[in-house]
Design a protein around this ligand. Structure first.
Ligand SMILES: Nc1nc2c(ncn2[C@@H]2O[C@H](COP(=O)(O)OP(=O)(O)O)[C@@H](O)[C@H]2O)c(=O)[nH]1
Ligand SMILES: [Mg+2]
Ligand SMILES: [Zn+2]
Length: 301
């Protein structure tokens, strides 16, 4: 007799194994029934328990509200599903890449997901002004920026997480795990267990994991990113990814303007006029060029 199908949420995906939790708080380690595995952390699924305790088989995937992935010409990687907010974690030290921040924002806009920038380690005050200056363009675009020192207090972040499924993304060393541990004392215990069982002195996040903050709020810790390829985005999604460009699309002299060297380009004019930051236009062009190159490669020429 086979077991009845149940609903659950994928809280961690590693290899072809998926940790699924039920509404009652049971954890079941599942494998997909199909050969091709399509599930990501955050997915809502149907599964069926097998005879072994705590094990099951994934049978169906519910429609996703959002799906974050990163891709370059060679591989594509699912990051998380159903998130409603991306928290981009940067720090006063080590220094961070503002290009990576823009790429995360582009991914958020493309999926219509809220974005928040978190500046951590503000206790290192001598490095604070430089970090704030690097974030100033994002502040003027209207992205909320929260500043804190995760080692002292995460109170400034907590209200922003309310009723969201938030994912923490950022380069390694910015303090994501410290934030998770401060927000979720249980996670700290789990982290310790993992470190002990792996016999490693320090915990490094190697896959995304979803935690319940409260009845309405969830938090996903993800491995550090050094790059964020966006070759899976369509040209329209990339345009949508740069929110300040919106008013200028359609105003170029040529309908098929590539926003490069064409005369009468509204984006170039806005950049010359200081309404658009040159680094953002350059990055937009670069992401588009990467996508064209990836598409050419996929077609084999
Ligand atoms: N000075 C200072 N250091 C911090 C703070 N938060 C985290 N760190 C340190 O930054 C390093 C990286 O933190 P971690 O949470 O592992 O970063 P992750 O790689 O993003 O998960 C660790 O040595 C932390 O102790 C903070 O608020 N202030
Ligand atoms: Mg970490
Ligand atoms: Zn143009």
């Amino acid at each position: 007799m086979s077991q009845p199908a149940e609903s659950g949420v994928v809280v961690a995906a590693y290899g072809r194994q998926y940790e699924v939790t039920t509404a009652l708080g049971d954890t079941v380690l599942c494998v997909p029934r199909a050969k091709r595995s399509i599930y990501a952390c955050g997915d809502e699924v149907r599964f069926r328990r097998t005879n072994e305790t705590g094990q099951g088989v994934l049978e169906a995937l519910s429609p996703r509200r959002s799906l974050l992935h990163r891709a370059d010409a060679f591989r594509e990687k699912l990051i998380a599903a159903n998130v409603t907010q991306i928290v981009i974690v940067v720090a006063t030290e080590p220094s961070f890449s503002d290009e990576l921040v823009s790429r995360c924002l582009c991914a958020a806009e493309a999926q219509e997901v809220a974005a928040l920038i978190l500046l951590n380690k503000i206790d290192l005050i001598e490095r604070l002004p430089a970090a704030q200056q690097l974030l100033a363009p994002f502040r003027s675009l209207g992205y909320p920026i929260v500043e804190l020192a995760a080692e002292s207090s995460v109170a400034a972040l907590r209200p922003h997480l309310e009723a969201h499924t938030s994912i923490l993304v950022g380069q390694s060393g910015m303090g994501k795990s410290t934030l998770v541990n401060a927000l979720l004392p249980e996670a700290r215990a789990a982290t310790r267990e993992i470190s002990l069982s792996l016999d490693s002195g320090k915990h490094t996040t190697t896959f995304a994991r979803l935690y319940r903050l409260d009845e309405r709020s969830r938090l996903i810790d993800s491995p550090g990113l050094q790059t964020f390829g966006l070759t899976h985005l369509s040209p329209a999604a990339i345009e949508h990814g740069f929110r300040e460009f919106g008013p200028y699309f359609g105003l170029c002299r040529f309908r098929d303007c590539q926003h490069l060297e064409e005369p009468g380009c509204a984006l170039v004019a806005a950049t010359d006029g200081g309404q658009i930051a040159r680094r953002r236009l350059d990055l937009f062009r670069q992401i588009r060029a990467e996508n064209e190159a990836a598409r050419r490669l996929a077609r084999g020429h």
